[in-house]
Design a protein around this ligand. Structure first.
Ligand code: CCH
Length: 293
C-alpha cells in the first residue's frame, strides 16, 4: 500500500516510551476528573475523533495524519464537545516535546496509553504523522450519529475502511470506559460499573441487562437499566442485527478475543490514510506498572 500520506522519519530519534510515560502520568495525576472516572476515557475518545473523520473513498483526507484536531474549528464540531478539555491536558506534553513530536502522533499515542493504562490490550503504534495547516482539515460533521441503526453503523465503519463486522463491534466495545454527558452529546450515563477499566463489560451488559427505551432530559431516546447504566441507539444496534449479535456474544464470553480484534482494529484506525516505509518500526509500549513506575 503506497497511497496516502507518507509517514515522516523526521522525529525518529524521539524516545516515544518517554512520551508514553508522561501521558500515563497525566492520567494518574487527574484521577479525580469526571467524578473519579479519570481522564483515560476522554483521551481515548480524543484519539478516536482525531482519526474518525477518515473517508476511504478520498483516501488521504480526514485521518489523524495532519493533527487537525488542534484547530478550534475542528474542536468546535458539535461531535467534539468535551474534547477541548482533553486537548488542554495534552498541551504541556506537546510543549515539552514540540521539536520532536507531531500533534497527530501525540493524539493517537494518547489513545494507546489510555487503553493500556486502563488494563486493555497492547496496541502497536508507529510514528510519522505530520502537522498540516488549516486547509488539510476535513469538513466538520463526519463523526457518527448515535441515533443510527445497524445499517447505519455498518455503512459508517465501511467509510473508515472496516469491512469486517468483527472490527466494527470490537471498536465500539471501547464504550466499556467513560460515560456520556448530557451537556456534550445530549445523552447521559455510563455504559457499566467499571468506567475506568478496559474490559468486555460493555458486551456482557448489552446481553444481560434489561434495557428500557426512554426519553432523556435533552429529549433524546436512550436505553436505560435499573442500575443507572445506559446504551446509545447505535450501541443497541449491535444486538439488533444477527451478524453483529453473534460477535457480541463471542466477545462477552471471551475477553481475549475482544482484546485481539480491538488491538488490530484500533491500530488500523489511527493509521488510516498513512503510508509507512518498511523501515518504520512497530512500537509496543510498557505500562507504568510494568516499569515499576
Ligand atoms: Fe464513542 N461516544 N461512539 N466511541 N466514546 C461517546 C463517548 C465515548 C459514538 C458515540 C459516542 C466509538 C464509537 C462511537 C468512546 C470511544 C469510542 C459519546 C458521549 C457518544 C455520543 C460523549 C459525551 O457525551 O461526552 C458512536 C455513535 C460511535 C459509533 O457508532 C469508538 C470507535 C471509540 C473508540 C475506539 C469513549 C472512550 C467515550 C467516553 C468518553 C468520556 O468522556 O467518558
Amino acid at each position: 500500500e503506497t497511497t496516502g500520506f507518507k509517514a515522516s522519519q523526521q522525529f525518529k530519534s524521539t524516545n516515544y516510551q518517554n512520551v508514553y510515560n508522561d501521558i500515563a502520568q497525566l492520567i494518574r495525576d487527574n484521577e479525580e476528573h469526571d467524578d473519579y472516572i479519570g481522564c483515560g476515557p476522554v483521551l481515548l475518545r480524543l484519539a478516536w475523533h482525531a482519526s474518525g473523520q477518515f473517508d476511504v473513498s478520498q483516501n488521504v483526507r480526514g485521518g489523524a495524519y495532519n493533527g487537525t484536531l488542534r484547530f478550534d474549528k475542528e474542536l468546535n464540531d458539535p461531535s467534539n464537545a468535551g474534547l477541548g478539555y482533553a486537548y488542554n491536558l495534552l498541551k504541556p506534553i506537546y510543549k515539552k516535546y514540540s521539536d520532536q513530536l507531531s500533534h497527530g502522533d501525540l493524539f493517537t499515542l494518547a489513545g494507546v496509553v489510555a487503553v493500556q493504562e486502563m488494563g486493555g490490550p497492547k496496541i502497536p503504534w508507529r510514528y510519522g504523522r505530520v502537522d498540516g495547516d488549516i486547509e488539510t482539515m476535513p469538513e466538520n460533521g463526519r463523526l457518527p450519529d448515535a441515533n443510527g441503526d445497524a445499517g447505519y453503523v455498518r455503512k459508517f465503519f465501511k467509510r473508515l475502511d472496516f469491512l469486517k463486522d468483527e472490527e466494527t463491534v470490537a471498536l465500539i466495545g471501547a464504550h466499556c470506559v467513560g460515560k456520556t454527558h448530557l451537556k456534550n452529546s445530549g445523552f447521559e450515563g455510563p455504559w457499566g460499573a467499571a468506567t475506568n477499566m478496559f474490559t468486555n463489560e460493555f458486551f456482557r451488559n448489552l446481553l444481560n441487562e434489561k434495557w428500557n427505551l426512554e426519553t432523556n432530559d435533552a429529549g433524546n431516546k436512550q436505553y436505560n437499566n435499573d442500575k443507572g447504566y445506559m446504551m446509545l441507539p447505535s450501541d443497541m444496534a449491535l444486538v439488533q442485527d444477527g451478524s453483529f449479535k453473534k460477535i457480541v456474544q463471542k466477545f462477552a464470553e471471551d475477553e481475549q478475543a475482544f482484546f485481539t480484534v480491538f488491538s488490530s482494529a484500533f491500530s488500523k484506525l489511527i493509521e488510516n490514510g498513512i503510508y509507512f516505509e518498511k523501515s518504520t518500526p512497530i512500537l509496543y509500549f510498557k505500562t507504568l506498572d510494568e516499569q515499576d513506575l
